[in-house]
Design a protein around this ligand. Structure first.
Ligand SMILES: C[S@@+](CC[C@H](N)C(=O)[O-])C[C@H]1O[C@@H](n2cnc3c(N)ncnc32)[C@H](O)[C@@H]1O
Length: 249
């Protein structure tokens, strides 16, 4: 199964479980990049279209792309007025200088060639345009990662180390290395709520088959005990890092 097929296979479940979780990061990016009426915006790796919906509500002329057809189908429902195209970040099907703002939220990490992806983001921006990126902050800032570390341990694996972009200054360094002038950066809380054990396990082990859910579900529930709420649900304190930078005008 290709990576695109993998995302398509989980698109509906991902959208229902995680699609809204990044909303505070979407708002932070659109606020900082001054997205408003008439802004020509491209969201790269748009997933099920939540950022595009928000941009359209602000009056932006929104476009989006994603290489997973299942995700794109959901984005078409969420943001029907957007120009949506089947493409990955490495090969954007728009001409040079077509956009005022290009966003990518938790998407560039999936590109096979991140350097090429960033060059493409820069190419489609108009002079003085802005790129706005966001991704998960370091493991220590995320309750979700504590649960995933317990799952990895149960599987006999070591948790993956933090990638540079997750650490303070990492996104800024990446953008500067690709010729952008960083304007602002920060973190934003993106809490995630699960109504009960079943929702918790389904969200954390998204896309896994029934035998994995049976084996690792109890590991997830045990690791999430500190995050349990009095009503029997869960509240995970998670965080994204973001940065906004400009192209030379
Ligand atoms: C975790 S979701 C994030 C969706 C959305 N950006 C958001 O704000 O929540 C990752 C998305 O990246 C997409 N993706 C995978 N490979 C990609 C690539 N090479 N370029 C751009 N997006 C890619 C996936 O199909 C998926 O929709």
């Amino acid at each position: 199964m290709s990576a695109e097929d993998g995302w398509s296979a989980v698109a509906a479940a991902w959208s229902a479980t995680w699609g809204a979780a990044a909303a505070p990061a979407h708002a932070a990016l659109l606020d900082t990049a001054d997205v408003g009426p008439g802004t020509r915006l491209l969201d790269v790796g748009c997933g099920s279209g939540e950022l595009l919906r928000l941009a359209a509500e602000r009056g932006a002329l929104a476009a989006g792309c994603d290489p997973a057809p299942g995700m794109l189908a959901l984005a078409r429902q969420a943001a029907p007025e957007s120009d949506l195209r089947d493409a990955g970040a490495e090969d954007l099907p728009w001409p040079d200088g077509a956009f005022d703002v290009v966003t990518a939220v938790n998407a560039l990490a999936f590109a096979d060639d991140e350097d090429r992806a960033l060059a493409e983001l820069r190419r489609v921006l108009a002079p003085g345009g802005r790129v706005a990126l966001a991704n998960w902050a370091e493991h220590a800032a995320n309750d979700l990662d504590a649960i995933e570390a317990a799952v990895a341990q149960a599987d006999g694996e070591d948790p993956a180390p933090d990638s540079p972009e997750r650490l303070r200054g990492g996104l800024e360094a990446l953008l500067a290395a690709h010729g952008f002038a960083v304007q602002d950066a920060g973190t934003v809380d993106v809490p995630w709520l699960a109504a009960d054990d079943a929702a918790l396990v389904a969200g954390v082990l998204l896309g896994e088959d029934a035998s994995v859910l049976r084996e690792l579900g109890p590991v997830v529930v045990a690791a999430a005990a500190p995050f349990r709420t009095p009503d029997g649900g869960y509240r995970l304190r998670n965080r994204f890092r973001w940065a906004v930078a400009a192209t030379p005008s």
